[in-house]
Write a protein that binds this ligand. Structure first.
Ligand code: 13P
Ligand code: SF4
Length: 302
């Protein structure tokens, strides 16, 4: 493994490349990553990096978003098959139909969506900034795609915005059931429950804290508590165990894993860096339209 890591590091220097890794990636990917974080942080990095090549260790929509934000850079996705099952629940035609069903209402998309879908939206959000960004719109009613649970969770936080959601969801987070939270609390009664807002609302309602990947990690950093039940993808639990050896972390149940996020290997990263393969290309017109809603989000997020 060390040999592969050394080769990747050498190639990164030679080619002025950076590796961005989402926290759901296999934990060893961090050994070659320049930046590790959640969707918002990584899109901010992609927008501002001076590197010529961005290797995005994540899923397709993340690499696509990086390309939209940095069209002059070469963006490589180590595993071209690594899609997001939620993003794939709405395509361009379904997006147009949804808008036609509810005309004249602003449309907000979760960043977990395709460039074509984004090109038809007024504003983009990530799970880190969704409440703040939707609030900034000042609308009484919005359409939200594709994650119905994130949309409904935001509606609940704001209290004064009606959010009509598209029926998309994350199959990984929906594996977590209220029963799992109950069981975990019985087993670890002193632990706090931290959940991602992609979870079913009945699960989020039971958590002590609901937040994005970065939100959960920051919560642990700031908290004086010593034990946590983690209701999100396993990669977050793995990194917390690694980073806070004096605290205890319990995944809410086994196998809360996003299979697409786990496709990436160190070998794949080396391969795309050597060959500059799996380059992400986005149609210029689509890219320009999609950039507008992502840009608005980044302005509100700073
Ligand atoms: P965040 O990175 O915003 O927490 O989103 C989680 C996710 O599902 C990424 O696909
Ligand atoms: Fe998509 Fe869910 Fe995987 Fe995130 S965890 S990339 S939302 S399928």
């Amino acid at each position: 493994m060390q040999e592969i890591i050394n080769k990747i590091k050498r190639l990164k220097k030679e080619k002025n490349a950076v590796v961005l890794a989402h926290c759901y990636q296999p934990v060893e990917i961090d050994l070659v990553a320049d930046y590790v974080g959640d969707s918002l942080y990584l899109s901010q990095v992609a927008a501002t990096t001076s590197a010529q090549i961005i290797v995005f260790a994540g899923v397709y929509f993340m690499a696509q978003t990086a390309k939209i934000l940095s069209p002059d850079k070469k963006v490589l996705l180590p595993q071209i098959e690594a899609g997001c099952r939620m993003a794939d629940m709405i395509d361009y035609r379904q997006m147009l139909e949804f808008k036609q069903r509810y005309p004249d209402i602003p449309v907000v998309c979760y960043v977990n969506s395709t460039a074509e879908v984004k090109s038809e939206c007024d504003l983009c959000v990530t799970s880190s900034n969704a409440v703040k960004v939707v609030k900034s719109l000042g609308a009484e009613k919005i359409l939200f795609v594709p994650d119905t649970y994130l949309g409904k969770w935001v509606e609940k936080q704001l209290g004064n915005v009606e959010i009509i959601t598209y029926p998309g969801f994350c199959p990984t987070h929906l594996q977590i059931r209220p029963e799992d939270i109950k069981q975990a609390r019985l087993k670890y009664p002193q632990a706090l429950v931290l959940a991602h807002p992609e979870c079913h609302l009945s699960v989020s309602d039971m958590a002590d804290y609901v937040g994005s990947t970065a939100g959960i990690m920051n919560f642990v950093k700031e908290s004086s508590e010593k034990a946590f039940i983690i209701a999100t993808e396993q990669g977050v639990t793995d990194r917390l165990i690694r980073d806070y050896p004096d605290k205890k972390f319990y995944p809410v149940k086994n196998d809360i894993v996003c299979p697409n996020m786990k496709m990436t290997s160190l070998e794949d990263i080396l391969h795309v860096l050597e060959n500059e393969s799996n380059e992400i290309i986005v149609d210029e017109q689509v890219s320009k339209k999609a950039l507008s809603c992502i840009d608005k989000m980044l302005k509100v997020s700073v």
